[in-house]
Ligand binder design. Sequence first.
Ligand SMILES: [Zn+2]
Length: 389
Amino acid sequence: MTRTATPLACPACGAAGLEPFHTQHGVPTNSCLLVDTEDEARRFPTGSLRLGFCPRCGFITNSSFDPTKAEYSGRYEETQAFSPRFREFARGLAADWVERHRLTGGTVVEIGCGKGEFLVMMAEAGIGRGIGVDPGVHPERIDPRWDGTLDWIAGRFDAGFGPIEGDAVVCRHTLEHIVPVGDFVREVRAAIGDRLDTAVLFELPDTTRVLDDMAFWDVYYEHCSYFTAGSLARLFASCGFEVDDVRLAYDDQYLLLEARPVAGSGGGWSQDDVAATSAGVDRFAAGYAGITREWTARVNAAGGTTVIWGGGSKGVAFLNAIDAPIAAAVDVNPHKQGTFIAGTGHPVIAPAELVTVDPALVVAMNPIYLEEIAADLRRHGLSPELVAV
Ligand SMILES: [Zn+2]
């Protein structure tokens, strides 16, 4: 399959010539909003994915993304903190960052703090002060014992935000939701100013794995920006940062970047992965139809009721991409239970409700949770076939 260059500019490096390689229409514009009725879920606004690859820097963007369609309000329920496995990972990361970047007693600014769980973990690990910025923050869910240590700003970080006066800037699972990634990273750099000892710590999904695993459930509307280790490092180096490290974490699903602002031009850690990403993009484009058909066939052959485990973005993307009889999405987050999957209208149920459903097949939306899902199923006296995407 050949890709054709368009005049579209890459939001990361600015070069013209984005090459579209994957198009999907009718994709729900939000997969984390809590939808109260099946009818509302089926009538949910949709948009298009038109993924384009930048042959210069290796960045991938959805050039059809419309930021006005993305709602990050208090109805946005993205937290994974109800999973013990995810909590353990985040707590370990918070402790590691506090220790290695000497943040004990220091101040941390978290851009895109979500519901604030990670900043709480950093406070538990010893930071003296934390400022969390997010349009969907729920300060009332935070333990009042952190009043005075942690402050919350319900809004977006942008050019008008003002100086970041912290010992570290943390930004987890946010950059992939932003289209003008170059502008954003430059704004972070500008807000830090001449505080060159500020540690800059980013976490986001790794796209190499998405392409290699044909992980179509990891491609959805809110994620308009897709990085590999190399393209992430190139962006930060071009925006006035010295990149100390980019590494994989969480069973190689996430990228962790550590960087420092510099006065001159940036640089540091790099990886020449543009050709490999280009090959991965071709494989994804060529294999998409086949893998969605395979999953449809798998569910049709289950010989009983099928449910998916995970009512978050991956579940929404999976259910919207395949055409098979699936009864429900199970989710351990009590805020999600009783709501409906955007686009398809599947109910989101609690694990305990599976006793009534009695599934023959459970498809876990993330292999990393297989152990805790298996334990949950055993606890409810159920023994369906359990597989992961
Ligand atoms: Zn580029």
